[in-house]
Design a protein around this ligand. Structure first.
Ligand code: 7XF
Length: 398
């Protein structure tokens, strides 16, 4: 199967079988893990030819590895992208993309609500090297029209955004960005390729933290980049090879490939559990506001419905008692874990203002809708009745 025959088979079928490397002489059902840093050349001339790009074949795992390659082909198939690169973490994916395409004097436009370390990379990383970073509320594409210019190299956003679930219209933003020749980069971590395909909707590059749903079991760190074959040349051989060196371990590539086999099953369960949690929270007198794209009361419900196949497993909410009530809620949970990260089998609950989004200044959090009392839930795979009972008893103690 090539990585472009996206619509030929169902999602799970492709997540299990697409681009299976048939070269193993023993016909092992699961592909072998090529746990090696380097590859032997038959002759000195062969080594030289590979380095010169005159001959195919593996050289060194930072430049490519069969275990990583098989996973990359499969992920490209699932996202509907020409090319894929797997890296050591979600931050490795984001930084490898930006270091590949920006130069001092360039400008990038990024959404207001971003994962905290992504925000920190823009603010303290890129800005230090002469790149202007400006925040735009991308919920309304008109805001981008008034900010974008020929200096804009990249437009970047998450949808749904971590942690407050803001949705961005991928098609509308891509049209505006492409008018000035800017690239559109979307962090698709919350949705996974099962629920949303930004490249199919017009984005140029997609990044994932595969630490989350793609791995799915809270036992690895990994990142994914998807783009055109042309952009990937630059990202692989400049961004990854020379700038970040954020190479994925073949062992972790194997674990991500194992996670992918159950991605559709798991996402369906995450989505169902999240919907039930959101309904429970919305009905509670203790809760001031729930942010979940599947709720009819959610401001951007219609856009989410049009753009996503399902509403995902993430929920954010505010208690009437604000910050203090939020911490009390967390401390009274028994089954659900107080932990950052998301997309695991366990239901994980965290407080963005003091944890994942602490790199923002308090005033910026307030301005961008990351309130001090916001609580974030990653719905796990447990039985819904047990999750709901735990949330209910913790709410009762607030
Ligand atoms: O480098 P990582 O694999 O941890 O991925 C970074 C990352 C990138 N994009 C999004 C949308 C993310 O949520 C993340 C990581 N977020 C975790 C969280 O929000 O809980 C990190 C825990 S501090």
């Amino acid at each position: 199967m090539s990585s472009t025959d996206k619509n030929k088979k169902g999602f799970s079928t492709r997540a299990i079988h697409a681009c299976h490397d048939k070269s193993d002489p023993y016909k092992s059902l699961t592909s072998p893990i090529y746990m090696t840093s380097t590859f032997e050349f038959a002759t000195a001339e062969e080594g030289g030819a590979r380095f010169a790009g005159e001959e195919g074949g593996y050289i060194y795992t930072r430049l490519g590895n069969p275990t990583l390659n098989e996973l990359e082909m499969r992920l490209a198939n699932l996202e509907g992208a020409e090319a894929c690169l797997t890296v050591a973490s979600g931050m490795g994916a984001i930084t490898s993309v930006f270091w590949s395409f920006v130069e001092p004097g360039d400008e990038i436009l990024v959404d207001e609500t971003l994962y905290g370390c992504t925000f920190a990379y823009f603010r303290h990383g890129l800005a230090k090297f002469g790149i202007t970073v400006r925040h735009v509320d991308m919920r309304n594409p008109d805001n981008l029209i008034s900010e974008i210019s020929s200096k804009t190299r990249i437009v970047y956003f998450e949808t749904p955004a971590n942690p407050n679930m803001r949705i961005v219209d991928i098609k509308a933003i891509a049209k505006i960005a492409h008018n000035v020749g800017a690239k559109v980069v979307v962090d698709n971590t919350y949705s996974t390729p099962y629920l949303q395909n930004p490249i199919v909707l017009g984005a140029d590059i997609v990044v994932h933290s595969a630490t989350k749903y793609l791995g799915g079991h809270g036992d690895l760190m990994a990142g994914v980049i998807l783009s055109s074959a042309e952009d990937m040349q630059q990202i692989r051989y400049v961004g990854l090879k020379d700038m970040t060196g954020a190479v994925l371990s073949p062992m972790n590539a194997f674990l991500v490939a194992r996670g992918l086999k159950t991605l559709e099953l798991r996402m369906d369960r995450h989505c169902d559990n999240a919907e039930k949690i959101a309904d429970l929270l919305e009905a509670s007198k203790k809760v001031a506001k729930v942010y979940f794209p599947g709720l009819k009361s959610f401001e951007q419900h219609e856009l989410a419905k049009a753009q996503m196949k399902g509403f995902g497993g993430m929920i954010a909410f505010e208690l009437n008692g604000g910050h203090e009530a939020g911490l009390k809620f967390l401390n009274n949970l028994e089954l659900c874990k107080i932990a950052v990260s998301l997309g695991d089998a366990e239901t994980l609950v965290e407080h963005p203002a003091s944890m994942t989004h602490s790199p923002y200044e308090p005033e910026e959090r307030l301005k961008y809708g990351i309130t001090e009392g916001l609580v974030r839930i990653s719905a796990g795979l447990e039985n819904a009745v047990d999750i709901l009972a735990d949330i209910e008893q913790a709410l009762a103690k607030v």
